[in-house]
Structures are given as structure tokens and as C-alpha cells.
Design a protein around this ligand. Sequence first.
Ligand SMILES: C[S@@+](CC[C@H](N)C(=O)[O-])C[C@H]1O[C@@H](n2cnc3c(N)ncnc32)[C@H](O)[C@@H]1O
Length: 282
Amino acid sequence: MTVGELVHHTALRLSAPELLSEDPGQEARELVAHALGVLPAELPDQASNCVDSRQHGEFMRLLSRRLDAEPTGYIVGAVELLGLRFTVDRRGFIPRLDLPVLINAGLERVPREVSGFALDLACGIGAAGICVGHARPGLRVDLTDVSSEAIELARENADRLIPGRAQCYAGDLFQPLPRGRRYAIVTANPPWVPDGTPLPEEVINHEPPVSFFGGPDGLDVVRRLIRELPEWLAPGGVYAQECDPSQVDKVIGLLTGAGLRDPRAHPDKDGVRRVVSAQRHG
Ligand SMILES: C[S@@+](CC[C@H](N)C(=O)[O-])C[C@H]1O[C@@H](n2cnc3c(N)ncnc32)[C@H](O)[C@@H]1O
């Protein structure tokens, strides 16, 4: 079998609904590339090469882990978003492929030549903040998360992808950040799942438990965050946050209640609203 055929068959296999793949094609490329010891971007050059028996054996080991509900990000140790390749392991939540909806919702309200500071709150491995920093070279980036393990990983990613431009802090929400700092943009994908919600095996058995649950209606962390948010935003500063589609109107209400203006709901590629943004008065 050729490399191209293996990618094709794997994508079909990963399309099975019970595997809950966000993008079977991308997962297939990740798994095949990892088995071959190359990056997914290098696969097109190898598409017509034959897969040898050692590579095939390695691939089958990786595939069986995925079919056992282990997330591909942890199997290959990486996830790619907006052209940046992030290291990921069990210390941190795996950024989902729709995180760019959140990143772009913030970026579309921030001029290209902006300077000052960006903040990624509850940053996990730091993907949103690092993408913002990459797209806005005039910004320095603060990354913060309650998990010190996730913050180690965020630091590793930031040092590699936006060297010298990021500071990492471990602690509850805004608590570890330098007092008096004001942000041009704050991104956040905090825990927002209502307590007791059943989560798929591949999520609950593998990812850090602190990532998910946010109290009875899921919004305990979000409410605390938005209460403090206005004092951390620079005049005109932008906030963008992910939440469940069912929470969008509630989060917009919290943001306007906190005095932010022009709240917007942003759809994902399927037209589902799952990101909210708003801005501090200038
Ligand atoms: C759903 S994960 C999202 C991670 C990252 N923003 C992303 O989208 O990949 C939620 C993150 O919130 C962090 N977290 C939970 N409670 C927190 C708190 N009180 N303060 C700061 N971070 C918190 C978790 O450690 C986890 O990394």
C-alpha cells in the first residue's frame, strides 16, 4: 500500500461516528506521518511511496491506540492550528480544531499594528495566546492557567513559537498577573461544562479533569472571570471567549452587565455560535 492510500483508508476508518473525530483527514495524516517519522506537511512528497512492513507495524500500533479512544494529540504529541505546531501531552488539554474561531473572533477586532499586551486566560498549552501573538507581532503575551503542569507546556510552546515575547503564570484566573497591567486583547476558553454532564471516554479518561466542569450551569468560572475582566482590559480592549452554544446569550448578558460594549456571537464552520466577543469602551 502507498502512503497516500494509507492516509485515505485511515481517514475513512476514523470517520466512524463513534470515534468522534473533529477532522478524520487531519487525524489520519497525523497518525501516518508519526508512523513514518515525518511531519504531516511532508506527506504529499511521499504519497506514492510504499509503506514498508516496519512502518505499517508502527502505524497499526498507533491506530489501535486511537481506536481505544486515546486522543490523537497525545498519541503523536502535537496539534496543529493556524499553521503553528504545538507540543501537547497529558499535562494539558488538547486544543480543539475549532479554537481558531475564538482566536479570529478576537483578532478581527484588533488592528494589525496594535502594541501592548495580550492575555490568554485558562490557556492550557497556550495555543490561543500564542496564535494571537504570532498574528500581532507588536504584542507581548501573558499566558496563565491554574494548572502548573499546563503552564510548563505553555512555556515550552511559547519559547519555541514566539521566543522572548511571552510570560507564563500559574494561578487562579487573574490572581497571578502583574497588578496594573492592561490588555489589548484577552482570549479565554475556560471550563464551561455543567457539572455532571457525561463526557466521551476519550475526553474524560485522558485529559486533565480541571479542564471541563464549571459548576451547576457550567458558568461559575466564567462569572468570576467576567466580574474582574473590565479592570484588566485597556480602553478599547477586546475580549473573546468560547462557551457552549446554549450559553451564548447568558455570556453576552454577563459581558454587557459588566459594562462591555458591542457583544458579538461568532459561528463555527457549521454555523453554530460558540464564541462570544465584546470590547471595553475606548
Ligand atoms: C477547556 S480547557 C481549555 C484550555 C485552552 N484554553 C484551550 O482551549 O486549549 C480549560 C482550561 O482552564 C484551566 N482552568 C480551570 N480552572 C481555572 C481557573 N480557576 N483559573 C485558571 N485556569 C483554570 C484548566 O487548567 C484548563 O487548562
